[in-house]
Ligand binder design. Structure first.
Ligand SMILES: *Cc1c(COP(=O)(O)O)cnc(C)c1O
Length: 423
């Protein structure tokens, strides 16, 4: 596959449409200039790149309900001759967006249900998700939180920071906090206040920053921002590239800055029909990410948010992609494919089946080439470590999980409380 932007020998190359002919390099590289000139209507977009009347109308007709925004940087990457250009498909609305299909929800992941304080979701034992802003520099049409982020009426309650920090401070089991939105870094001062607040809480070990700017507004990753983040380590930067074309010299520079600041970068891609629903595209994406020191973390099955049925792929497409990656390319390039279970069930990893069968004597496996082999089980099964009490304050229930079924301790296992949720 040809990567036109990477192959260019000028590392600061960008494609100038006529409208930006007079823009200086300095202006272009200034994220504030980019934010100020962000395109928010069909009429504005038409002035900078050739789009069809139908495309313009599509943008304008969704504007009553949903926001639209794309940075000049992003628009400069559009291939105007390709109707399936990934930059277009991710940013320009389709008519289907206004249609709610059966099985779709406004809050498919039940984020508002598991929310003890508005803006905070506490679903998993030791980590929480915090929405710190509704602003993004690009409104992805497949946004899972479109009810808050894309919807014109969507909003976060104001003045929640103290309440959220207070909740985290009073829950000592929380050791990992994800700052998301919107985009957690488009607004610098808000981010700093959050980081200060979190670092004042001793049990918060890890802070994750969820942001798409390395992909849509790479000039936002300034030396100044990296210096700020470095003060609050350990920080993990969770970013969002979906297509290998997005890995431009500018994106590489942004990720270099973060990596050189000692901030690990992880990628969460979304599987999107006709954008990256193809094993070769995904393999290239993962390999290109590694080259800019970004570790592929998750590929998400597209959520059941309203109006995005046209982006969804059958689940087996994701399994096929993982099958095509595992063993065929570096293990580093293989993310986990997950489905966020509707109704607040959380992320469930889904993968090809490599364990064909097992007994207490042997496990029957197949490898990535399809060869079938076996692994002999050890006869000694006692694996208790005498030091575990010294390294962990928690308690670990012996014979938890399915090992109870191997012994004679249980015939079936059931979760203690099964609570169903309806729409
Ligand atoms: C995805 C998610 C997390 C983080 O999950 P990891 O598997 O630890 O990356 C935490 N809280 C919520 C609500 C999430 O959706």
């Amino acid at each position: 596959m040809r990567l036109p932007y990477i192959d260019n020998t000028d590392p600061l190359y960008f494609r100038r449409f006529k409208a930006w002919e007079k823009v200086t390099r300095q202006e272009w590289d200034d994220w504030k200039w980019q934010m100020k000139h962000t395109i928010t209507t069909g009429d504005e977009l038409e002035k900078v790149i050739p789009i069809s009347a139908e495309e313009k109308e599509r943008i304008n007709s969704t504007l009553d309900k949903y926001k639209f925004a794309a940075t000049p940087y992003w628009v400069s990457l559009v291939d105007t001759s390709n109707p399936e250009c990934p930059f277009k498909l991710q940013a320009i609305p389709m008519p289907e967006e206004l249609v709610v299909s059966p099985g779709e929800f406004s809050d498919p992941l039940g984020e508002d249900v598991d929310s003890p304080v508005p803006g905070l979701t506490h679903r998993y034992p030791d980590r929480v998700l915090v929405l710190i802003t509704t602003i993004c520099s690009l409104y992805c049409r497949f946004c899972t939180r479109r009810r808050i982020i894309l919807d014109k009426e969507g909003h976060l309650e104001r003045g929640q920071r103290e309440k959220i920090l207070d909740y985290i401070a009073h829950h000592s089991e929380i050791r990992d906090v994800i700052l998301s939105g919107g985009d957690a870094v488009v607004t610098g001062s808000i981010l700093e206040q959050w980081l200060k607040g979190l670092r004042a809480i001793p049990h918060v070990e890890i802070i994750r920053i969820a942001s798409k700017v390395p992909c849509v507004l790479p000039m936002r990753i300034t030396g100044e921002l990296v210096s700020l983040l470095k003060k609050f380590q350990p920080i993990y930067f969770m970013t969002h590239f979906n297509h290998p074309y997005e890995i431009t010299p500018e994106a590489k520079m942004a990720c270099d800055r973060l990596a050189e600041g000692g901030i690990p970068i992880m990628n969460q891609a979304v599987l999107l029909r006709k954008i990256n629903s193809d094993p070769l595209i995904m393999k290239r994406l993962m390999q290109e990410l590694l080259k800019i020191r970004v570790k592929p973390y998750y590929i998400y099955q597209c959520d059941l948010s309203e109006g995005i049925s046209h982006f969804r792929t059958p689940v087996e497409k994701g399994i096929e992609i993982i099958e095509f990656l595992r063993g065929h390319t570096s293990g580093l390039a293989v993310p986990e494919f997950v489905i966020d279970m509707p109704g607040g069930g959380g992320k469930v990893p889904v993968m090809p089946n490599y364990v064909l069968s097992y007994s207490d004597k042997k496990v029957i496996l197949r490898n990535y080439k399809g060869q079938i082999g076996s692994y002999p089980q050890p006869s000694e099964t006692n694996c208790d470590c005498s030091t575990h009490a010294a390294v962990s304050e928690g308690t670990y229930q012996k014979a938890a999980g399915i090992s109870k079924l191997f012994g004679d301790e249980a015939v079936t296992l059931e979760p203690k409380e099964v609570v169903g949720r309806t729409k």
